[in-house]
Write a protein that binds this ligand. Structure first.
Ligand code: GDP
Ligand code: CA
Length: 338
């Protein structure tokens, strides 16, 4: 019997949620000996220039997490990090005091900026940087062009970069509107549309539906590729019990007029059979009563505990494993991992 071809799984991701889910998926596939090709299409709307360096927060979160060097509690940045360089920069009156970059992290930004300066597109730069580690997944920025999420605040408060709103203002100043600067001219990075079209399954890990997934979907062609792919599309709700698990996704959802519930986010993405994006949607046990309403909206849903965790239970599965298996079960692929 000829060996089965690798399972091709494409994920759309923001930062921490997508990174942790992808790590769990990769590790479970490896433990079960299932050959797979993972492609992670990463939001770059949070990218910015800081102290002359190109910083790509979500790409780095995914890279550090898959490389096993991420700060375990924070979920972003490097483990065992120091901040001497940032302190020096601040002493020169540079940088943003509310956005401290670690020393090891700064090396990533220096390397990225130098490669960009040599003329390499971000997708190639990302391949070079992530080639240092054995990530077990291919990372693709959503686009090689700069698309920056800016936040229009209430009257008199102006417009700020997404990271300033999120980190300095803690999303407490209401956002009137999110603007993806440059999105009209952006093109999906090489490999992105093919990874969606050629996948066996496309997964939307728990990610911010507005400023992570919403931003990726704004790149011309990506939404259409999701609608057109023969692969089923399954998502994991980032909202549990009517609140984000971490972060302030509720503030983002309010701005776009979507309730902070797993049901409303599922309906916001919509059923593929009705012009939306989803075939399947996982919700937390707490939100199990949303399952019939989702079915009515044309989305096959299942409820299970959705808090990711890496400690194995009596069955040898971690909470993240169970979520990964449930997502693949919804589309008949879970048996490959059992
Ligand atoms: P970033 O890390 O700030 O770039 O954010 P992401 O786009 O990765 O969004 C993370 C989203 O996933 C947030 O809305 C969180 O509430 C959600 N999230 C984080 N951890 C978990 C988890 O363990 N389970 C679920 N269901 N959602 C989570
Ligand atoms: Ca992010």
């Amino acid at each position: 019997m000829s060996p089965r071809p690798p399972l091709r799984i494409t994920l759309l991701a923001g930062g921490v949620g997508g990174a942790r889910f992808t790590r769990g998926l990769r590790d479970l596939l490896a433990r079960r000996g299932v050959p797979a090709e993972l492609t992670v299409v990463v939001n770059t709307g949070d990218d910015m220039w800081l102290d002359g360096l190109r910083v790509c927060p979500d790409l780095d979160t995914v890279m550090y997490t898959l490389a096993g060097v991420v700060h375990p509690e924070q979920g972003w940045g490097r483990e065992g990090e120091t901040t001497r360089v940032s302190a020096e920069l601040h002493a020169y009156g540079l940088g943003w005091p509310w956005f401290t970059l670690g020393d090891l992290d700064i090396a990533t930004h220096v390397a990225r900026t130098e490669l960009l300066r040599r003329g390499l597109p971000l997708s190639e730069v990302t391949a070079r940087l992530s080639g240092r580690w054995d990530l077990g997944a291919r990372l693709l920025p959503m686009s090689d062009q700069s698309v920056e999420t800016h936040v229009e605040l209430a009257d008199g408060f102006g417009v700020v970069h997404f990271e300033e709103w999120w980190v300095r203002l803690r999303a407490a100043t209401p956002a009137r509107r999110f603007v993806q600067v440059g999105v009209e001219e952006a093109v999906a990075a090489p490999g992105v549309l093919d990874a969606i079209a050629g996948a066996d399954v496309v997964l939307l890990p728990p990610s911010n539906p507005v400023v992570s997934i919403g931003t990726v979907l704004g790149v011309p062609g990506i939404r259409d590729a999701l609608r057109a792919t023969a692969a089923p599309v399954v998502g994991v709700a980032p909202i549990v019990g009517d609140a984000p698990v971490r972060g302030m996704a509720d503030a983002c959802l309010t701005t776009i007029g979507v309730e902070t519930t797993a049901l409303a986010v599922g309906e916001h993405y919509g059923a593929r059979s009705r012009g939306g994006l989803l075939d399947g949607w996982l919700v937390d046990d707490t939100d199990a009563d949303a399952v019939p309403a989702l079915a009515e909206a044309g989305i096959e849903a299942r409820a299970l505990p959705l808090l990711m965790g890496d400690d194995a239970g009596p069955d040898g599965l971690t909470a993240t494993d169970a979520i990964v298996l449930a997502a693949l079960d919804l589309v008949g692929l879970g048996s490959r991992l059992r």
